[in-house]
Design a protein around this ligand. Structure first.
Ligand code: PMP
Ligand code: GLN
Length: 378
């Protein structure tokens, strides 16, 4: 039968993790921590199971977790979402993004993605029957080009997907960037999916610019986050979405039929754990130290470091080392040097090659030291 996604194979993250395992390479490819989460979080989930929280929770998530998420957004970004009607707990950010797309995009609607972009966006738009409109971020700096975004807007534009801090480039949008987007969208009815899964990994004293901080963006936005990223538990697949009530009503119509609801004990554990802001406010410093360790280790090597302002990624330019394409270089790096990274070309529809590799530094310091020792041989 005809494929719904004829151009899609296995994701680059699964492919590179398998290759890394096969060759015993240090895996700085797929973005996930190689260290344990806080035992207190596991204890909270264990207690919830022992206390009998093992049946279906309410469809949008348990009230305590939705209330904790609403309080956190209000404390950080001064916008009050109604926990009852405007917050939903999802099976990770991936399901939140797909569900928002399925809920809003009609066949033939145009959806703007800013390339390079995370690999789940384009297939999600296609499954919804939408037309993908790719707008490049500025080559080199990965800054938004508002002239190009403006030129891409048409009466058929239904939605735009924003991602800050950005995977893979590790750039963050400034307040001025967000205001420019707000002004650009003001005369339109374009919706926004704001992918903020790295919201707590912003470095050098900067502030994460959530769409929640901008009235003209928040009124049209599904704001997506992921506990997997924030609490070092990517395998739990629990995320959140916040959106104004009319948007959320449509989101929940789809949500109830693609997962209905998300595992109960994790929600109880997370609700309790979120009560202490210290559990997420320390993250920028924690990851900034890892970023600095990794960057310092590559000083003087032939890999040129791009800035890393947010997320847990560091991109490097290997033009001084090799003429191979990014995919070929990453395969060679795994086999010959013993380190796995992700070709940035995987985040472009046309596989654009600029000799960049993305490394994930959400790793134990020893892991980073081993990788650095190997990378310095280049
Ligand atoms: N968006 C971005 C930008 C990501 O990097 C990721 C995952 N790594 C996701 C969404 C998906 O998050 P989750 O694991 O919570 O589904
Ligand atoms: N988002 C993670 C990354 O960019 C990977 C998640 C996945 O494997 N789908 O590395």
């Amino acid at each position: 039968f005809p494929s719904r996604l004829p151009d899609v194979g296995t994701t680059i993250f699964a492919t590179m993790s398998a290759l890394a395992a096969e060759h015993g390479a240090v895996n700085l490819g797929q973005g996930f921590p190689d260290f344990a989460c806080d035992p207190a979080l596991v204890a909270g989930v264990t207690q919830a199971m022992q206390a009998g929280h093992n049946q279906y929770p309410p469809m949008p998530g348990i009230p305590a977790l939705r209330a904790a998420v609403a309080s956190k957004i209000e404390a950080l970004h001064a916008r009050r979402y109604c926990a009852e009607r405007e917050i939903t707990i999802t099976a990770g950010a991936t399901q939140a993004i797909l569900t928002a797309l399925l809920a809003c995009v009609q066949p033939g609607d145009e959806v703007i993605v800013l390339e390079p972009c995370y690999d789940s966006y384009v297939p999600g738009i296609e499954l919804a029957g939408g037309k993908v409109v790719r707008v490049p971020l500025t080559p080199g700096s990965f800054r938004p080009d508002f002239g190009k975004i403006a030129a891409a807007l048409t009466p058929r534009t239904r939605l735009l997907i924003l991602n800050t801090p950005h995977n893979p480039s590790a750039t963050v949008w400034s307040e001025a960037d967000m205001r420019q987007l707000e002004d650009l969208l003001a005369p339109t009815d374009v919706l926004l999916v704001s992918d903020e899964v790295y919201e707590h990994m912003v470095f050098d004293g900067q502030q994460h610019q959530s769409a929640a901080r901008f009235a003209g963006l928040a009124e049209r936005a599904f704001i997506v986050s992921s506990f997997g990223k924030t609490f070092h538990v990517t395998g739990w697949k629990v995320g959140t979405v916040a959106a104004p009530a009319p948007l959320m009503a449509e989101f929940r119509k789809v949500h109830q039929f693609n997962v209905f609801t998300v595992n109960t004990p994790m929600q109880h554990g997370l609700a309790q754990y979120l009560q202490q802001p210290a559990h997420y406010l320390g993250l920028p410093a924690f990851y900034q130290a890892k970023r600095d360790l990794f960057r310092q280790g590559l000083q003087g090597s032939r890999l040129r470091l791009l800035p890393s302002s947010g997320s847990y990624f560091q991109c490097v330019d290997y033009s001084a080392v090799s003429d191979l394409t990014e995919m070929q270089f990453c395969e060679w790096l795994v086999r010959e040097i013993g380190v796995a990274g992700i070709p940035v070309s995987a985040f472009y529809g046309d596989g654009f090659n600029q000799r960049l590799v993305r490394f994930c530094f959400a790793k134990q310091d020893e892991t980073l030291h081993t990788a650095l020792q190997r990378l310095r041989r280049l």
